[in-house]
Design a protein around this ligand. Structure first.
Ligand SMILES: NC(=O)c1ccc[n+]([C@@H]2O[C@H](COP(=O)([O-])OP(=O)(O)OC[C@H]3O[C@@H](n4cnc5c(N)ncnc54)[C@H](OP(=O)(O)O)[C@@H]3O)[C@@H](O)[C@H]2O)c1
Length: 298
C-alpha cells in the first residue's frame, strides 16, 4: 500500500510513519513537502505520487492560536481538509482525516457516539467541524477519525507540559471539570493502520484510549509514573483558573468519545493508564524532565 501522510512532522504523523509496515511505501509529507493552504499543492503532489491512501494529520492544533486567528484556523483545518479530500478523489485514494473531541460542546453526561450531534465551543473545534462537513459533502471514500488529548514521543503535549512545570517548580494546579480520554499517538497510529488494512466502511469513527480522566487525574498519573507522585497537585475548577487570569480557549467540559464503530470491527485501544505507563516505559528520559529541579510548593 502507498500511504501518504500529511503533517508527518507532528506527533501523530511521526507515530504513523513508525506504525506503517516495512512493506508499505510511506510518503511522509511535512509542511515543507505539502502546505495544505496552498490551493493546488495537494492535487499536484497526489497526481505525481499516486497514493492508495492518505492519512491527513496536518492541522493548526494550537487552540489559542486558532482563537487569535480564526481565518488561519479555517484556512488550515477546513480549507486544508477539503483540498486534501478533493485531491484524494482525483486519484481515487482512500482518505483518513483526523478530527477532534472538540467538535462537541461537552454538555453530554455519557460518551459521545459517532452520530451524536456536534456543536463546537471554540475556533479550533469550529474549524475542524467545518473540515469534517466539507469532506462529508464531497461524498468520497473518506473516513473521519475523531480522537482526543493526544500525547506522543517528542514535541509538546500535556504530559511534557506537566513534567516541565514540575521540573521548573511551577505551581501544579489542574482542572477537575474538563474530562475526556488521554490517547497515546502510538496506539492511535496502530489503530489507524488497522482501519486502513480492514478497508473499514467510510464515515465517522471515534478512536481514543479506553476510560476517562480529568486534566487533574491525568496530571496526577503522569507525575506518579515520573516517580514524583508525592508532588502536591491541586485540583481546581475552570472558573477558579479564569478568575486567576487564565485566558485559554473555552473547552468542552465532558468530551469522552465512544469507540462504537471501531469496536464493532474488532479494533480496541488499551485503557489510558496502561498506555501512559507504556509511554513512560518507552521513554525513560521523561522521568529526568520531571526532576530537573525539585518542585516547590509555597
Ligand atoms: N493534539 C491533540 O491533543 C489532538 C486531539 C484531538 C485531535 N487531534 C488532531 O490530530 C491530528 C494530529 O495532531 P498532532 O497532535 O499530531 O498535532 P501537531 O503535533 O501539532 O502536528 C500537526 C502538524 O501539522 C502541521 N501543519 C500546520 N499547518 C500546516 C499547513 N498549512 N500545511 C501542512 N502542515 C501543517 C504542523 O506543522 P508546524 O509544526 O510547522 O506548524 C504539524 O507538524 C490533527 O488533525 C489534530 O487536529 C489532535
Amino acid at each position: 500500500m502507498r500511504v501518504l501522510i500529511t503533517g508527518s512532522d507532528g506527533q501523530l504523523g511521526r507515530a504513523l510513519v513508525r506504525a506503517c509496515a516495512p512493506a508499505d511505501a510511506v510518503l511522509a509529507c511535512g509542511r515543507a513537502q505539502l502546505d495544505v493552504t496552498d490551493a493546488d499543492a495537494a492535487r499536484r503532489l497526489f497526481d505525481r505520487q499516486r497514493p492508495d491512501a492518505v492519512v491527513h494529520c496536518a492541522a493548526l492544533t494550537d487552540t489559542q492560536a486558532c482563537e487569535r486567528d480564526p481565518r488561519l484556523a479555517f484556512a488550515v483545518n477546513a480549507g486544508g481538509a477539503e483540498r486534501v479530500a478533493v485531491a484524494c478523489a482525483a486519484v481515487r485514494a482512500r482518505l483518513v482525516a483526523i478530527s477532534t473531541n472538540e467538535v462537541f460542546d461537552g454538555a453530554a453526561t455519557e460518551a459521545y457516539a459517532e452520530d451524536a450531534p456536534a456543536g463546537a465551543l471554540n475556533a479550533y473545534g469550529r474549524s475542524k467541524l467545518e473540515g469534517e462537513r466539507r469532506i462529508a459533502a464531497l461524498g468520497g471514500d473518506a473516513l473521519t477519525v475523531r480522537t482526543s488529548w493526544l500525547y506522543g514521543a517528542g514535541g509538546s503535549n500535556f504530559v511534557t507540559k506537566v513534567l516541565g512545570a514540575a521540573g521548573a517548580g511551577r505551581p501544579l494546579r489542574f482542572v477537575t471539570d474538563e474530562v475526556a480520554s488521554p490517547t497515546s499517538a502510538e496506539d492511535l497510529a496502530a489503530a489507524l493502520v488497522d482501519l486502513l488494512r480492514r478497508e473499514a466502511p467510510a464515515g465517522v469513527y471515534h478512536l481514543v484510549n479506553e476510560g476517562t480522566a480529568s486534566r487533574y487525574d491525568w496530571a496526577r498519573e503522569t507525575l506518579r509514573l515520573a516517580g514524583i507522585g508525592g508532588a502536591s497537585v491541586e485540583p481546581a475548577t475552570t472558573a477558579a483558573l479564569r478568575a486567576g487570569g487564565y485566558d485559554g480557549s473555552v473547552k468542552p467540559p465532558y468530551s469522552v468519545l465512544a469507540n462504537t464503530r471501531a469496536r464493532a470491527l474488532g479494533i480496541r485501544l488499551p485503557p489510558w493508564r496502561a498506555s501512559l505507563a507504556a509511554h513512560f516505559a518507552r521513554h525513560p528520559e521523561l522521568r529526568a524532565a520531571a526532576t530537573a529541579s525539585p518542585p516547590c510548593h509555597d
